[in-house]
Design a protein around this ligand. Sequence first.
Ligand code: URP
Ligand code: ZN
Ligand code: ZN
Length: 467
Amino acid sequence: MELKIIGGTVVTAEKSFRADVGIQDGKITRIATSLADQPGETIDATGQYILPGGIDVHTHFELPFGGTVSPDDFFTGTVAAACGGTTTILDFAVQSKGQGLKEGLESWQEKARDKAVIDYGFHMAITDFNRQVVDDMEAMMESGVTSFKLFMAYKNIFMVDDETLFRSFLKAKELGGLVMVHAENGGLIDLLTNKLLAEGKTQPMYHALSRPPELEEEATSRAIILARLAEAPLYVVHLSYRGAMRRVKKARANQQPVLAETCPHYLMLSIENYSEPDFAGAKYVMSPPLRGKHNQAYLWKNLAEGHLQVVSSDHCSFNLKGQKDLGRDDFSRIPNGVPGVETRLFILYSEGVRHKKITLERLVDVWATSPAKIFGLYPQKGVIAEGSDADLVIFNPNKKFVLQSAKLHQNVDYCPYEGLEVKGAISRVLSRGKVIVKENSFSGRRGAGQFLRRRKFKPSESILAEK
Ligand code: URP
Ligand code: ZN
Ligand code: ZN
């Protein structure tokens, strides 16, 4: 074998066990008690965990938004992902209004080509259900783009009406695709935004007040009902609020195939962050917005119990200087999004596992295994098993790491968790058997990432079952 990792503890979504891992031609070829006497280069992982490389199914690299573009492109964004232990990302290609989906996909393929350093795939965001879209959805499925995002918010930008959402459910169901929704009531948010601005309420805090949690709950409930009528599966992205969580749980209890993700910022930060002085609250302007602190424990509990299946980053970085400050006098002009592609594992481990909110196996599940299963990549990705891609993280649980913008690789001028000391650090990251990160230093190759053609959505017992 070319390479063996010895002495570590292998962690899967089911169990943790002492084993050595052998690698050949980019694949895991052996998992055995001892491979020490086998030929090949050796990495000693004694006292460390061997985790599957992370799968981040929600990133926005080079996304045009609010008259500016998110500055992490497919090079800087995937380098940052890799340094945070993520070895696969799924980004959102977006349809321009009046165009087909194919043009949107081509444009995002172009952004990624020769830049991505880790494997990548796309979801397709439908913003305009014109005649072309029906044919193009079929073409997307054939190209391995098997999930579609629809925005129930961002009026006049990405928002679709209920008819479009329903048509998309019907077509996705027919094709074996999965519809993902951004669930907020965009019409009412627009109305509340205009009212607040007319009253002279322009500060970042009003971003949260213009998007009350009930409008997330209402849209989540509406999406669940439309999906049920269409008999289609549904994936709710970036769920932030306990009321929305309850709607998802109820649907799942009724055996409806509804899946949901949350993001580290909803587990860690709260509405109080918007009050930070000197416009610093703008750092946290993302949608849905941060919620009351009491939601955090509820989201952790639902992650632990399996009602939430995925933690994604929703990485959409905008600099404070020159981008977020476009909205200094009007919160609605602050581009929406927060960086996080590099910090997901640190938060999940340090705040989740160390504080006993989730088990280590559950971390692996929400970080890699369930994302791979839901988005048609399993068992090539998301698991440590013979025959799978050798996408691995060697993680030292005893080292400390301080989250600081200056140490991170994300191309943005702040970190939402600046100064937070986390327990656990990444020693090595391997992508298809090659070491691409060593002690926070990237050593991979620009353009080495491969486009992943994903399979159709397959609802399975394991995805619907509670943990
Ligand atoms: O604020 C956010 N989440 N920005 C990215 C676009 C989206 O809604 O996912
Ligand atoms: Zn969204
Ligand atoms: Zn997003």
